[in-house]
Write a protein that binds this ligand. Structure first.
Ligand code: PMV
Length: 334
C-alpha cells in the first residue's frame, strides 16, 4: 500500500528566544526557550512515496526553498535507514500570505517531518504513530534537527525547549495548553521581502558578541519567570519579559561579528509607539520581534479588537495579520 499523508503544522512565536547553539551538529541550543503556538499561520504538507531516484519538494504556491527540506529528509533517513530508498514527492504551502516576511521554518520543518514519517510508515494518525514509537516528543526531537524552532510546533498552547546538560537529552514539552489562556499575536508586516541573513549563520556568530555570555547567565531564570507569568495569566509580567528578551536577542545580533541588524526605521517607530501608548494607559500590548523586521504585538484576546483599531489608526498603511494561540499539528490520510 502506498497512501498519501496530509499534515497541517502551526508556526510559533517565541516569547523567550532561542538564539545561538552549543553544538550545531545536534542542534543543541545555548539557552532554553518558550513559545506560543499560532493558529492561522500554518504549513500544509502532503507526502507520497514515489518510484524515483530523488525526492521532489514542490511549493504549490510557487515560493519556498527546497535545499533545507531535502537535506532534512536525508538526515531523517540516517535515523531510519529502512526508508533509504523510499523517495518522496512532497507538496507544501503556507496558509499565511507568502513573502510576507514571516519565518516559516518552524511550521515547514515540523510539517515535513510528520508528513515524511507518516508516509514512510503508512500511519495516518498521531496515535498510530505514537504506537510505533513516534510520539510527539520523538517527533519534536526529529523536527528540531530541521530547524530548532520546529520542535516547539509539535504541541498547541505554550511550549518550552530546554537544552539539558547533554545534547541528546534536550527536553521539549507543552507547559500549558491552548485553553489555559487566550493570547493574540497581531503581526505588523513592516517588510514583506525575504530575510537578508539566514538564521543558521547568525546563530553561529552569537558567541562573538560580548553580550552573549551575559545573556546566558539569566536564561533559566527568565524561562521560569515566563512560565510563572503564563500560569498566573499576568500579561504585564509576561509582556515585560518578552520585550526585554527580544531586545536582548537583537542586541546580541547587532554586536556579533559579523553583525546582523533586522530593525528598520519602521520597526523602531512601532516599538516607540507601542511603549508610548502603553505608558499613557491606552494600550495593553507588548511586542516581540524574531529574526526579521516585523513586529509581533502580543495582547490578551479579549482586548484584540480595540488594540487592532489603535494600531490601524497609527499605522494605516501597514498590513496587520491577526493570529492567536492555537493547537498542534494534525495528520490524516489524503
Ligand atoms: O529555528 P531557527 O534556526 O530558524 O531559529 C529561530 C530563532 C528565532 O526565531 C529568532 C527565535 C525562536 O526561538 O524561534
Amino acid at each position: 500500500m502506498n497512501l498519501q499523508s496530509f499534515v497541517t503544522s502551526p508556526s510559533n512565536i517565541a516569547f523567550v528566544k532561542y538564539w545561538g547553539k552549543k553544538d550545531s551538529q545536534w542542534q543543541w541550543p545555548a539557552n532554553p526557550s518558550l513559545s506560543m503556538t499560532l493558529s492561522n499561520s500554518k504549513t500544509e504538507t502532503s507526502a507520497k512515496i514515489i518510484d524515483a531516484k530523488s525526492d521532489i519538494i514542490e511549493f504549490t504556491n510557487g515560493l519556498g526553498k527546497t535545499d533545507k527540506g531535502l537535506k532534512h529528509l536525508e538526515w531523517l533517513r540516517t535515523q531510519f535507514p529502512d526508508f533509504k530508498n523510499k523517495k518522496l514527492h512532497i507538496k507544501t504551502h503556507n496558509t499565511f500570505p507568502t513573502a510576507c516576511g514571516i519565518a516559516s521554518s518552524a511550521s515547514g520543518m515540523s510539517a515535513l517531518t510528520l508528513a515524511a514519517l507518516s508516509s514512510w510508515t503508512q500511519q495516518f494518525t498521531l496515535k498510530d504513530l505514537a504506537k510505533i514509537g513516534l510520539d510527539q516528543t520523538k517527533l519534536a526531537q526529529l523536527s528540531r534537527m530541521g530547524s530548532g524552532s520546529a520542535g516547539r510546533s509539535l504541541w498547541g498552547g505554550y511550549v518550552a525547549w530546554e537544552p539539558s546538560t547533554n545534547a541528546h537529552q534536550q527536553s521539549i514539552y507543552q507547559a500549558y495548553d491552548e485553553k489555559h489562556w487566550s493570547l493574540s499575536d497581531l503581526i505588523m508586516i513592516v517588510d514583506s521581502t525575504e530575510k537578508k541573513h539566514l538564521s543558521s549563520a547568525a546563530h553561529k556568530s552569537a558567541w562573538s558578541s560580548p553580550l552573549f555570555s551575559v545573556r546566558l547567565t539569566n536564561m533559566d531564570k527568565k524561562l521560569q519567570l515566563a512560565k510563572e507569568a503564563i500560569a498566573e495569566k499576568s500579561i504585564e509580567k509576561l509582556g515585560e519579559i518578552i520585550e526585554q528578551d527580544a531586545l536582548e536577542m537583537h542586541s546580541v545580533m547587532m554586536t556579533s561579528s559579523p553583525s546582523s541588524n533586522y530593525f528598520t526605521e519602521k520597526t523602531i517607530e512601532i516599538i516607540s509607539t507601542i511603549r508610548a501608548l502603553r505608558n499613557k494607559g491606552d494600550l495593553e500590548a507588548w511586542f516581540t520581534i524574531d529574526a526579521g523586521p516585523n513586529v509581533h504585538v502580543i495582547c490578551e484576546s479579549k482586548n484584540k479588537v480595540q488594540i487592532l483599531k489603535s494600531l490601524n489608526m497609527y499605522f494605516p498603511n501597514l498590513n496587520i495579520l491577526e493570529d492567536h494561540v492555537g493547537q498542534g499539528p494534525t495528520l490524516k490520510q489524503k
